[in-house]
Design a protein around this ligand. Structure first.
Ligand code: ADP
Ligand code: ZN
Length: 619
């Protein structure tokens, strides 16, 4: 057995490496540089933790882990302690005495992994500590986590990351591994140059997350839909609900609380201590639902988030994928659920057009939005489209809404032409008139409203031509046309300085108007719902398949784990994952020897908890 394998078994209690972990770990343990792109939940931490332990055991000293996520260092280090690994962190949460203490342990060679924030790493004091270690050959490895923070293109840009090249310049012989879950090529190139890792071996994993089920539904009443989704499928589960605005976050969190869901709000407008407190509760308590803006989530490594819900549409597929990726890091089934509607499309288009970005930049934003809209309107496999966006070809997945319940499709070409020619006629007759979807619907459906009469639109040749269609159908067609960019939204400012949005035709309208491009839609009205499997009580997904006796053992184990976690001031999953508890409950071990093979049961944990676990399952 290689040293890396024995660390995997003895320290972490895992039977096998996942995907490319083994190749990465062997490369880095042997002193190579690596740039690792792996999706969230792929298992990046082991890629530097195992080499760090292997190299430390070979007498090569301490590994430095650079991470921007100060708030999470305590739990990361705690998890290593639980596994019997000497780890520590240096950051602004420590007082002077504690800092000196860590520095002393570091100098003595008592630490295998040291976590620090980038701004700390580049200080002269810290570099002085490293100089000393390096001079004694006791600097084994640099791991640079969340490496995409070096890229100016992403929204997590951290200028201090650029200064990390000092590590390479000052300690040229020490191997470096940079890791990120950001998939795109631009960011990858930025990391290679920004961190001077051009010569590092690149390990690019598949970005597929097979355990995540993608679902996108039409938005009607978001709170009711969300409640139904949580109650039917995720009662008692931890989840994240993403919204666009702070106001929306507050409303939805309140709405969920009123309905008895353990929900908390999180956005940048809340006081820092409240944000921290809500984050802690999300990490530590079972089954908290965090209602948040995108300010929440980077680096949240809670493995048992069972769903990520979007009640507003994100800006692009990158955002959607990053946010949904926070579900199911433990590899157990999880849901990515989104509702989206016409208003989302209009809002997003308006934000782009109304912004004062340069035209080329707007064009990029439009392209990215279009790709997301196409995903939302798709009637074929969502995963195939998602992966293709990131340059990966794949087969229909069998684990998205469209694969599981292929949607009925109807031909909306005729309705689309009627909508577009109505816009055309209104513009011809009343150039400069601003009107929105409501008015367009009224004309096409033949409703004589005040505005219709005021402008004489009941005279238009298309008035009432849409009568054969239901309002829902027409709205679905309009949404699709907006998604396709075949209906445009333009902001018009009147002489008095008032701004109105109005619908317009675009270059993309022409082929549809001429009947050259078919408009196929998912059946809006008769949405065929598959049977929803309602899970018994609030049993987590890991325990869904357990028999009645095993369920009792599982519940007892969870209660015991909660006590231990509280006593150690750590999240429960750091003690044992749900999957490990479920395996114990299932196998009902009678002896330490029988506990030994269970996934997640390393030597240290067996020693520390084995007897307690046997007692709990014997109750
Ligand atoms: P990432 O940082 O890539 O999002 P993590 O390193 O947090 O992922 O790993 C995700 C989860 O998978 C963690 O809970 C980790 O313990 C678990 N894990 C990682 N590698 C393995 C493995 N080889 N076998 C079993 N579980 C693993
Ligand atoms: Zn699919």
């Amino acid at each position: 057995m290689s040293p890396a394998h024995s660390v995997l078994h003895a320290v972490f209690g895992y039977a096998q490496f996942r995907g490319p972990q083994e190749a990465i770990i062997e490369h880095v343990a042997a002193g190579g540089d690596a740039l690792v792109l792996m999706p969230t939940g792929g298992g990046k931490s082991l890629c530097y933790q195992v080499p760090a332990i292997v190299r430390q055991r070979a007498g090569q000293g301490v590994a430095i882990v650079v991470s921007p996520l100060i708030a999470l260092m305590h739990d990361q280090v705690g998890a290593l302690h639980e596994a019997g690994v000497e780890a520590a962190f240096l950051n602004s949460t420590l007082d002077w005495q504690q800092t000196l203490d860590v520095e002393r342990r570091l100098a003595r060679g008592d630490i295998t992994l040291l976590y620090a924030a980038p701004e700390r790493v580049v200080t002269e004091r810290f570099l002085g500590l490293l100089d000393d270690l390096h001079a004694r050959g006791q600097l084994s490895l640099f791991a640079i986590d969340e490496a995409h923070c070096v890229s100016q293109w992403g929204h997590d840009f951290r200028p201090e990351y650029r200064q990390l090249t000092v590590l390479h310049q000052r300690y040229a012989g020490v191997p470096r591994i940079a890791l990120t879950a950001t998939a795109d090529g631009l960011t990858r190139a930025d990391i290679a140059t920004g961190l001077q890792l051009q010569d590092a071996r690149q390990f690019v994993s598949s970005f597929d997350r097979p355990n995540i089920r993608y679902r996108i539904e039409e938005k009607k009443q978001p709170l009711e839909q969300l409640l139904r989704f949580i109650e039917r499928e995720h009662a008692g589960d931890a989840g994240v609900v993403y919204c666009q605005s702070r106001k929306r976050v507050e409303e939805l969190a309140q709405g969920l609380q009123d309905a008895g869901v353990n929900a908390l709000p999180y956005h940048a407008g809340l006081p820092a201590d409240m944000r921290q407190q809500h984050q802690d509760r999300f990490l530590r308590e079972d089954g908290v639902v965090m209602v948040a803006t995108i300010a929440f989530g980077m680096g949240i490594d809670k493995p048992d988030v069972r769903f990520v819900a979007h009640v507003d549409m994100p800006k692009n597929i990158e955002g959607y994928y990053q946010e949904t990726g926070r579900a199911g890091r433990d590899g157990l089934p999880a849901d990515a659920w989104m509702v989206y509607g016409l208003q989302d499309v209009v809002n997003q288009r308006r934000m782009i057009e109304g912004g004062d970005a340069a035209e080329e930049f707007k064009a990029v934003l439009r392209g990215k939005l279009d790709a997301l809209l196409a995903l939302a309107e798709a009637t074929d496999c969502r995963r195939v489209r998602l992966l293709r966006y990131f340059g990966e070809e794949s087969k229909p997945c069998g684990n998205c809404d469209n694969c599981l319940n292929p949607p009925a499709v109807w031909d909306g070409t005729d309705a689309a032409r009627k909508l577009l020619s109505t816009i055309y006629r209104i513009q011809q007759q009343d150039a400069g008139l601003t009107f929105g979807l409501g008015h367009l619907m009224d004309v096409v459906r033949g409703q004589e409203t005040d505005k219709v009469r005021q402008f004489g639109h009941q005279q238009l040749s298309t008035f009432g031509l849409g009568a054969p269609y239901s309002e829902a159908q027409l709205r679905a067609v309009a949404r699709q046309l907006l998604a396709l960019g075949a209906i445009g939204v333009q902001r018009v400012t009147t002489e008095a300085g008032h701004a109105f949005d109005t619908l317009t035709l675009t270059a993309a309208s022409r082929p549809v108007l001429r009947g050259e491009q078919a408009v196929l839609l998912r059946e809006a009205t008769a949405q065929a719902r598959g049977k929803k499997t309602r899970r018994a009580g609030a049993l987590p997904v890991a325990a869904a398949d357990l028999g009645p006796d095993a369920q009792v053992r599982f519940i007892n184990l969870k209660a015991w784990r909660a006590e231990v976690a509280r006593a150690h001031n750590l999240p429960a999953y750091v003690i044992f994952h749900d999957a490990t508890l479920a395996a114990i409950a299932q196998q009902h071990p009678q002896s330490i020897a029988e506990l030994e093979g269970i996934n997640g049961m390393g030597t240290k944990k067996l020693e520390a908890y084995g007897a307690d676990v046997l007692r709990v399952v014997g109750l």
